[in-house]
Design a protein around this ligand. Sequence first.
Ligand SMILES: Cc1cc2nc3c(=O)[nH]c(=O)nc-3n(C[C@H](O)[C@H](O)[C@H](O)COP(=O)(O)O)c2cc1C
Length: 172
Amino acid sequence: METWEAITTRRNVREFSPEPLAPEHLERILEAAWRSPSSQNSQPWDFVVVTERSELEALSKVWRGGAHIAGAAAAVVLVIDDEPDQRLRETARYDIGQASMQMMIAAIDVGVVSGHSSVGEFDLAKQLLGLPDGKLARYIIDFGYPAGGKALKPIRKPDRRAFDEVVHRGTW
Ligand SMILES: Cc1cc2nc3c(=O)[nH]c(=O)nc-3n(C[C@H](O)[C@H](O)[C@H](O)COP(=O)(O)O)c2cc1C
């Protein structure tokens, strides 16, 4: 798939085919995360990948909007330091945003769709994933092949604020 086609085809998906991901697809997605840029190359992340159905079901409970995780083929939990310093916390969150997007684009390139989930129940997530102290599971990206087996098509008119309203050229 061309890069532009991947960008225009990606969307938040909450229903997946139950079949597992091909190992080479999952490894490609994880490598995309690993290759992501970060502030001063600090790589302030760890990625916990979950593929067992019972673990995905348990993980779906860590956020009220996370039910879709239960039916995914895999979920990657983005883990950062539970950092009290506001600046470091902000850059780490920017960085995991980049890793998220890089995984999603790599995924759609090989026909794998994805969805986001936040985390609200931090202690539950920590316990389920066996995180060490000082680590925080902050977001989850879940993956699978499209429900119904039909590849997604690029979105011609995305649900976005008007282009000219958000793009400011030179000055506001
Ligand atoms: C930081 C972040 C957190 C999100 N959390 C959730 C979530 O918990 N549950 C969910 O269903 N969607 C979640 N989303 C998906 C957004 O609702 C979705 O990306 C947005 O509506 C734009 O739609 P699109 O991804 O299809 O382009 C999240 C997205 C982002 C960027």
